[in-house]
Write a protein that binds this ligand. Structure first.
Ligand SMILES: O=c1ccn([C@@H]2O[C@H](COP(=O)(O)OP(=O)(O)O[C@H]3O[C@H](CO)[C@@H](O)[C@H](O)[C@H]3O)[C@@H](O)[C@H]2O)c(=O)[nH]1
Ligand SMILES: [Mn+2]
Length: 789
C-alpha cells in the first residue's frame, strides 16, 4: 500500500541538503555492504545520506513538545477551565509520542544503488533464477481489462530470458471478458514482444508507448517506421476488440473456449485454470508461460480478498513451475523499466548473506498522479521515512512491485536457510495442505533447489493438481494465511506479510532505479481517495490487533526494536484521528466558551506552541523543497493530512472497533482505475483534481469540524464588535485560539467550497443537514459545559 513517486536519490542530487562542494561530501560512500570479492565492482551498494541538520531540527521540535507538556502539567492548577487544558495535554502527549516514532524512523538515512550493467560480467544468463509473475485483478469494470492487459504485455516483454518466466493472472471477478482479453492479448504479444526487444523499446506497455509519438520518426529507419505503424494498428485492433467485447453480454457457448464461464457467478463458481500460452521448447526468446486462474468461490467461504488470491497463486505456481522467486504486481502497475528484473538480480546476487535480502521492493509510482497531489494520497513526504526504515531492517512490503523468495513466503527463517527444509511428509501436509504435488514442490522450494523449472516443466501437465490447490476448502486446517503465504487478518495484507517476514529476522531491500520500474494508477477522484485512505488506515490498525503486533514480535520474535517502532507509527494512523479531531475542535470550544487551551500571548510560554508551529511548518516546506516539490504541493499534503486523518481515518478506527466487538466485518473495496482512451486525448481536463462528493458519510466529521470552527469565528467577531473600547480586546479570548480556528478552517477550505457547489461538486444536502445538526448540538453543549468545567 505504500506509494512513492519520486526517486529520492535523483531529487537529492538535484536539491542537495546544503550546497555541497561535490555530491561526494553529501553521500559518504560506505563500503559496499557485504558484497562479493573486493576485486570486482559491487552489483549493489548502500549509500548513507548525511542527516545532521534534520536530526537537529527534529530534536528541537521534540524538546519544544516536551516543554509544552511540562508547562501544561505545572500550570494545570492555575487554570480557570480545566477541561480544555486537560484535553490539550492528552492530545499533545499523543502527538509527542508520534513525533518520537517519526524521529526514530528518520534518524539514519540510506538508499541502495544497483548496477545492472555489471551483472552479465559476473553471472551467466543461464544462472539467473526463474521468476513466477503474479498479476491480480478483481473486477473488469473497476479495473478495465485493457489496463490489466497492458500490465501483462509490459511484463512479458521485460529483458529477461523468457524460458525462466511464467505469468499467472488471478481473476477474482471470474470474468469471461478478462479471459477473452488475455487470449487476444497473447496473439498481439507474439508481435509486440519481439518488436520491443528488436528496437529496445523503453516503455513496453503499449497504451503508454503509443500515447506519445516517437520523438524523431525521421531519424528512424524505414523498417522501424513501418513496423511501428503496424504495431500501433495491431494494438488499436486489440483495444477495439476488448472494448466491443466489454459492451456486449458474453454468450459463453458451452462448446467454445469460454464454455467454462457459462452460468458462473463471481462469488459462486468452481476453479477455472487455463494455460493460455506455453513455452514448450523452453527457448529464451519465445514468450513466457501465461496462465489464467480464477480460484473457486463459494458464498459461505471467506476468500480473504487479495491475500487469498495471492496464496492461491503461490500454490498453483508452486505445482506448475515452482520458481524460487515470485514477483507480485497489481493489475494496474505496468513495468516501466524493462531492466527491472536485472536490478532485482543485482540485489539477489549482490548480497553474500541471503538473510539481508528476503524481498526486493520497488517503489509505487503513478503515471496519472494528479498535479500537486490535491487529495494528499501520493505520500511523497514519506520518502524520508522510507530511507530511514531502509537503514534499519529494511523497507515495508507494499503489496505490489515486489520480488519475494518463495521459501521466505513458505515460512522459512534466516537460520534455517541452509537446512534442507523440514521434509517430514506428515508435517509438510499439515502446513501446506493435502496435495502431494504441493508437498513435493514445497519441499523443493524450502531446500532451495529449482529442479522443476530446469526440467522445463510444462504447466498444462499439472492442471489437475493446480485445480485442487485452488479450491476454497484447501486451506482448512493448514498454515496458509497464518504461518505461511500472505497473511490473513488485515486489508493491508502487504504490511502484515512484510511484518511477519521481518519478525522472523529477515532484512529486506528497497530499490529505486531510474526510470521508475513500475507505474500505476492513483485514485483520481476524492471519494476514491477517501475509500483508499480508509481501507489503508483500517488494515493498518487491524495489524495492531493481530498476533503480529510489532511489540509482540520484538519481544517474542526477531523484529528489531527500532523497526517495531516504525511499524507502530504506521499501524497507529487510524488512532491518530481521535486526538486530531479533539485538537481541531478545541480552538472553537475555547472561543465559544471564552476559555483557553493555549498560553496567553502576553506570557512567554506562548513562544513554545508558536515555536513548534513555525519550526514544524518551515521544516516541512524545506523537506519537500529538497524533493523538488512545489509550495502548493506542500500545502495540499499538509492540509489533506489533517482532513484525511479526521475523516477517512476516523471511519477506519470505527470499523476496527466494530470488528473487534464482533459487530461487523471489514471488506476490501477495490479502487477504481481510470481507463485512458486509445489516442490519449482525454488528458488535461481542467477539472482534474477538483473535489467531487458522493453520499459517503465519511465527510460528515469534516463538515462538522468546519461548521463548528466557522461558528466560533463568527461568534468571536460579533463579541468583538460588541465590546466597548474600554476593555482590552486581547483579553476577550486568546489570539492563539483564533489563529488555530482560522487554520483549521483553511485546511477544510475545499469542503467549504463543497457546501456551495452544484451537482457532483457539491456536498449532498443530506450530508449538510446531518453535519449542521451535529455542529449545532456541539455548540449548545459547549455553552452548557462551560458552566460545569
Ligand atoms: O478481492 C480482491 C481485492 C483486490 N484484489 C487486487 O488487489 C490489488 C490492489 O487493489 P486496489 O484496489 O488497486 O488497491 P490499492 O489501494 O491501490 O492497493 C494498495 O494497497 C493494497 C492493500 O490495501 C495492496 O494490496 C496493494 O498491493 C497496494 O497497491 C488489485 O490488483 C486488485 O485486483 C484482488 O485480487 N482480490
Ligand atoms: Mn491500486
Amino acid at each position: 500500500m505504500w506509494i512513492f513517486l519520486l526517486n529520492l536519490e535523483k531529487a537529492l542530487y538535484k536539491y542537495p541538503i546544503k550546497t555541497p562542494k561535490s555530491t561526494q561530501t553529501l553521500f559518504q560512500k560506505t563500503m559496499a555492504t557485504k558484497t562479493q570479492d573486493l576485486a570486482s565492482p559491487p552489483l549493489q551498494e548502500k549509500i548513507v545520506i548525511k542527516n545532521t541538520i534534520p536530526r537537529v531540527i527534529e530534536l528541537v521540535i521534540l524538546s519544544l513538545l516536551v516543554s509544552l507538556l511540562v508547562y501544561r502539567v505545572i500550570t494545570f492548577k492555575d487554570q480557570d477551565h480545566y477541561f480544555p487544558w486537560l484535553l490539550a495535554l492528552l492530545c499533545e502527549s499523543w502527538f509527542t509520542f508520534n513525533w518520537i516514532l517519526i524521529v526514530n524512523a528518520k534518524w539514519t538515512q540510506c538508499m541502495t544503488k544497483t548496477y545492472p550493467e555489471r551483472l552479465l560480467d559476473r553471472i551467466n544468463e543461464s544462472e539467473f533464477p526463474a521468476v513466477d509473475i503474479f498479476v491480480t485483478t478483481a473486477d473488469p469494470i473497476l479495473e478495465p481489462c485493457i489496463i490489466t492487459m497492458n500490465t501483462v504485455l509490459s511484463l512479458l516483454a521485460v529483458d529477461y530470458p523468457a524460458n525462466k518466466l511464467a505469468l499467472y493472472l488471478s481473476d477474482d471477478g471470474c470474468s469471461p471478458l478478462t479471459f477473452y482479453s488475455l487470449v487476444e492479448t497473447m496473439k498481439f504479444a507474439k508481435l509486440w514482444v519481439p518488436f520491443c526487444k528488436k528496437y529496445n523499446v523503453q516503455v513496453r506497455a503499449p497504451f503508454q508507448y503509443f500515447m506519445t509519438k516517437p520523438p524523431s520518426m525521421e531519424d528512424e529507419s524505414l523498417e522501424f517506421q513501418q513496423e511501428w505503424k503496424k504495431m500501433k494498428n495491431e494494438y488499436g485492433n486489440l483495444y477495439k476488440k476488448i472494448e466491443i467485447a466489454g459492451q456486449r453480454t458474453f454468450s459463453c457457448d458451452r462448446d467454445s473456449d469460454l464454455g467454462v464461464f457459462a452460468d458462473v457467478h463471481r462469488s459462486n463458481h468452481p476453479t477455472i485454470i487455463k494455460v493460455v500460452s506455453e513455452n514448450k521448447e523452453g527457448t529464451p526468446n519465445d514468450l513466457p508461460h501465461v496462465i489464467y486462474i480464477s480460484r473457486e468461490k463459494k458464498p459461505n467461504h471467506h476468500h480473504h480478498y487479495k491475500a487469498g488470491a495471492m496464496n492461491v497463486l503461490a500454490r498453483v505456481s508452486g505445482v506448475m513451475t515452482n520458481a524460487p522467486l515470485m514477483l507480485n504486481v497489481d493489475c494496474d502497475m505496468y513495468a516501466n523499466n524493462p531492466q527491472v528484473f536485472l536490478h532485482a538480480m543485482c540485489m539477489l546476487f549482490g548480497f553474500k548473506n541471503e538473510e539481508d535480502c528476503s524481498f526486493i521492493q520497488f517503489p509505487q509510482a503513478f503515471y496519472d498522479g494528479l498535479k500537486d497531489d490535491p487529495f494528499g494520497i501520493q505520500m511523497l513526504q514519506f520518502c524520508y521515512i522510507g530511507n530511514g526504515v531502509s537503514s534499519i531492517q529494511g523497507f515495508f512490503y507494499s503489496g505490489t512491485n515486489c520480488f519475494h523468495r518463495r521459501k521466505v513466503i513458505y515460512g522459512s527463517s534466516p537460520n534455517d536457510a541452509n537446512k534442507t527444509g523440514n521434509t517430514d511428509k506428515e508435517n509438510l501436509h499439515k502446513i501446506f495442505g493435502k496435495s502431494i504435488e504441493m508437498r513435493e514442490s514445497a519441499a523443493q522450494a524450502l531446500s532451495g533447489s529449482s529442479a522443476k523449472i530446469e526440467n522445463q516443466a510444462i504447466p498444462s501437465r499439472f492442471i489437475e493438481a493446480a485445480i485442487k490447490v485452488a479450491g476454497c476448502s484447501y486451506e482448512y486446517g493448514t498454515s496458509w494465511g497464518k504461518l505461511i503465504g500472505w497473511m490473513y487478518g488485515s486489508t493491508t495484507e502487504d504490511l502484515l506479510t512484510g511484518l511477519s517476514i521481518h519478525g522472523r529476522g529477515w532484512k529486506s531491500v528497497f530499490c529505486a532505479p531510474e526510470p521508475p520500474p513500475f507505474l500505476g494508477c492513483a485514485p483520481t477522484t476524492y471519494p476514491g481517495a477517501l475509500t483508499q485512505q480508509k481501507r489503508w488506515a483500517t488494515g493498518l490498525l487491524e495489524v495492531f490487533f493481530t498476533n503480529k503486533n510489532p511489540l509482540l514480535l520484538t519481544l517474542n520474535g526477531k523484529l528489531w526494536f527500532r523497526q517495531a517502532l516504525v511499524y507502530m507509527w504506521i499501524c497507529l494512523w487510524g488512532i491518530r484521528s481521535v486526538p486530531e479531531i479533539c485538537y481541531a475542535v478545541l480552538p472553537a470550544y475555547c472561543i465559544i466558551t471564552n476559555s483557553r487551551f493555549l498560553p496567553k500571548i502576553s506570557e512567554s510560554a506562548f513562544l513554545i506552541p508558536m515555536g513548534i508551529f513555525v519550526i514544524y511548518t518551515l521544516y516541512g516546506i524545506w523537506e519537500l523543497k529538497r524533493l523538488g516539490m512545489s509550495l502548493r504541493m506542500w500545502w495540499n499534503i499538509q492540509r489533506m493530512g489533517r482532513v484525511n486523518a479526521m475523516t477517512a481515518w476516523l471511519f477506519a478506527c470505527l470499523s476496527v472497533v466494530l470488528k473487534l466487538l464482533g459487530l461487523s466485518q471489514i471488506v476490501f473495496e477495490v479502487t477504481k482505475k481510470d481507463q485512458s482512451s486509445f489516442d490519449g486525448d482525454d488528458n488535461d481536463d481542467a477539472n482534474d483534481g477538483r473535489f467531487t462528493y458522493d453520499r459517503s458519510p465519511m465527510i460528515v466529521p469534516g463538515v462538522v469540524i468546519l461548521l463548528i470552527n466557522l461558528t466560533a469565528l463568527v461568534s468571536g467577531v460579533s463579541r468583538l464588535l460588541n465590546i466597548g473600547s474600554r476593555e482590552n480586546w486581547t483579553e476577550m479570548f486568546g489570539l492563539g485560539e483564533v489563529f488555530c480556528s482560522v487554520f483549521v478552517s483553511l485546511c477544510f477550505w475545499e469542503l467549504l467550497k463543497g457546501l456551495f457547489g452544484n451537482g457532483k461538486y457539491g456536498i449532498p444536502s443530506s450530508t449538510i443537514w446531518k453535519s449542521g445538526g451535529l455542529a449545532l448540538l456541539f455548540v449548545q453543549l459547549c455553552r452548557r459545559s462551560s458552566q460545569w468545567f
